[in-house]
Design a protein. Structure first.
Length: 223
């Protein structure tokens, strides 16, 4: 998850024990209720901004979507929440769990599901791959889109299959998948990252900070 440098300076990992439902582990930064994360039912969620799609002022913020998904027990329950919400922030949302993986492109125009092949790698970055509601007046700058497409091509070609190769991919600085400094056009750096095997409970490696910072594990006593 990339953030403007002023926010990325204050990352954190929240461990939440709700009265009902699985324990949640939420990567975020000071002042936000959540960016991405996983829960003890084996569910994980990650979102990427799609700035060329339309948003709305009366919708559910993406941080609220993340927290709502992580309160769920399985992918189908999470899908129902994503499908039925009015979304404020145009995003690509990936939700995975022991029962499978689903991907969605959400905006003010609604929710479109992106097909996930039964076998193979599923990847997304920061440009729409389902272009039904792109606003022509908000077309991405060529450099920004080229950057996003290069990262998507790298992810599709590298095809990480386990925790080890996924961590290696997230440490990449050549494309780059992750930014050590404010190298993106908007001055963002990679604030938090995680790789999960979606068992119940999941096996997770996470990094609070950009490449070069140490990776932790899902054990609460090691945070």
């Amino acid at each position: 998850m990339d953030l403007p440098a002023c926010h990325a300076a204050f990352p954190g990992l929240l461990h939440i024990e709700p009265r009902k439902g699985p324990a949640e582990h939420v990567l975020t930064f000071a002042g936000s209720v959540g960016l991405c994360g996983w829960n003890d039912a084996g569910l994980a969620v990650c979102c990427n901004s799609l700035a060329t799609l339309s948003g709305r002022t009366d919708g559910l913020p993406v941080a609220g979507t993340v927290r709502a998904v992580l309160a769920c027990e399985d992918v189908e329950e999470a899908w129902a929440i994503v499908r039925d919400a009015s979304h404020a922030c145009p995003q690509h949302i990936a939700v995975g769990g022991p029962s499978g993986l689903r991907g969605f492109q959400v905006s003010a125009a609604g929710v479109v599901e992106r097909a996930v092949r039964a076998a193979g790698t599923y990847a997304h970055t920061n440009h729409p791959v389902l272009a039904s509601d792109v606003e022509p007046t908000r077309a991405p700058a060529t450099a920004d889109r080229t950057d996003s497409m290069a990262r998507l091509s790298y992810l599709q070609a590298s095809a990480p299959q386990d925790l080890g190769t996924t961590v290696t991919t997230l440490d990449d600085r050549s494309v780059p998948i992750s930014c050590v400094d404010a190298g993106r056009g908007d001055g963002s750096i990679s604030a938090v990252s995680f790789a999960a095997e979606l068992s119940a409970p999941p096996a997770v490696h996470y990094r609070v900070g950009p490449p070069g910072m140490p990776w932790g594990t899902n054990r609460i006593d090691q945070t």
